[in-house]
Ligand binder design. Structure first.
Ligand SMILES: *Cc1c(COP(=O)(O)O)cnc(C)c1O
Length: 397
């Protein structure tokens, strides 16, 4: 393999990654890097984390051979069931890992920011089980749009802080969370929700999600007797995809990330950062982003809230430019088709995010050798999306 998907230089993936943050945050990022290195090699810490991932979250998740979907598409399709985890998606792997790190580092308070609320709910869950107070910054617009997740966070004991500045959405919530962190850095741990942000977060979150691919690789060998020809996952910030891909980085496995094409790339209303964006700095790292000619971050659209983000993790930018992974975009309509296909053939209601990957599989199946084996990352379950799906299909729910 010519291009290794590893870390090159301090906190860099090729020319991507790094730390584009105020000077005041550097000591906190250094502390996190050092403590993370120490604790991830500490058998007591690892045992506590692994035990919680097993008994509380439900790891290992099954690898499921989807016989009827395979017949329909002429492939051998294996589904990694992250949808079966506690709270219904892969986000809990990362939230538990970071909150346990925070506790072991002696931090007394957890903060996070959330857009659609899924990362907020995962963080509030992890903080509850770890016994730490949690405050979640959320744009005032998002609070209105995602009232159910706001209620969930409050039930879990978290405080949701409404952000009234700017467009009152995710990027404003991120600014407020960073401001809080700068002020309270000695006592506070900032839990980031995907493989984004300044070094060491993209590496830290990848390592916490790499359990997905580590399990799936061993399960493929045990159940199928071979590695998959293709591994495919949806990409918002990119954490579930990197988590799936990482174990296969040195294997002859084709890696495909699927972004949100929204209303279609031609309309400008989408969130296809790697497919249609360009390099730039967002949220503390050099990566790809969706920006206008003046470098202003563009508004995004996707039917799935979890993919509706104008940036992407720096390691994905590196995997794209090095050619080790490929990226495609599928629109809202295709995601709905993918959702319905999996429901009808396998009795699984997937989240709209990984439904983009199923939809893409439908598109690329005719180009793959018949009987090729495909590993699909099913990042989450669809209960959260049934109202959106009903509306999109013109039905009542
Ligand atoms: C948040 C979310 C995503 C997108 O986040 P990544 O960091 O790209 O994985 C994908 N699927 C589900 C179910 C999510 O909740």
């Amino acid at each position: 393999m010519t291009a290794r998907a590893g870390l090159i230089g301090a906190g860099r993936f090729g020319r991507f990654g790094g730390r584009y943050v105020p000077e005041t945050l550097i000591p906190a990022l250094d502390e996190l890097e050092v403590e993370y290195a120490r604790l991830s090699a500490d058998p007591v810490f690892r045992a506590a984390l692994d035990s919680t991932l097993h008994h509380y979250c439900g790891r290992p998740t099954p690898l499921y051979y989807a016989a009827r979907l395979s017949d329909e598409l002429g492939l051998k399709i294996y589904i990694k069931r992250e949808d079966l985890l506690h709270t219904g998606a892969h986000k809990i792997n990362n939230a538990i890992g970071q909150v346990f790190l925070a506790r072991a580092m002696g931090k007394q308070r957890i903060i996070a920011e959330t857009g659609a609320g899924q990362h907020g709910v995962a963080t509030a869950t992890a903080a509850a089980v770890a016994g730490l107070p949690c405050e979640v910054y959320m744009g005032a617009e998002d609070i209105i749009r995602q009232s159910l997740n706001v209620f969930r966070m409050r039930l879990l004991g978290a405080k949701v802080i409404s952000v009234e500045s700017g467009t009152r959405t995710l990027k404003d919530a991120i600014n407020e969370a960073l401001r809080d962190w700068v002020t309270n850095v000695a006592t506070t741990f900032y839990v980031i929700g995907s493989v984004v942000g300044p070094h060491p977060y993209p590496t830290l979150v990848r390592d916490l999600q790499a359990v997905i691919g580590r399990e799936a690789r061993a399960q493929m060998i045990e159940q199928a007797g071979c590695l998959p020809d293709v591994a495919i996952a949806c990409v918002g910030g990119g954490s579930n995809a990197i988590g799936l891909f990482h174990a296969f980085r040195d294997d002859p496995v084709r890696l495909i990330g699927v972004e949100a094409g929204g209303d279609g790339l031609g309309t400008g209303r989408h969130a296809a950062t790697l497919v249609a964006g360009s390099p730039g700095v967002l949220h503390g790292a050099m990566s790809y982003l969706l920006q206008d000619e003046a470098g202003q971050v563009r508004e995004t659209h996707s039917i799935s809230a979890g993919l509706d983000y104008p940036g992407v993790g720096p390691e994905h930018a590196f995997l794209k430019e090095s050619g080790r992974a490929e990226y495609a975009a599928e629109d809202d309509r295709t995601a709905l088709d993918g959702f319905q296909l999996l429901a009808r053939t396998e009795g699984i209601l997937a989240a709209l995010e990984p439904s983009h990957a199923i939809g893409h599989l439908q598109h690329v199946a005719p180009t793959l050798p018949r009987g090729a084996s495909v590993l699909v990352g099913l990042s989450g379950r669809g209960d959260k999306d049934v109202h959106v799906i009903a509306r999109a299909l013109g039905e009542k729910a």
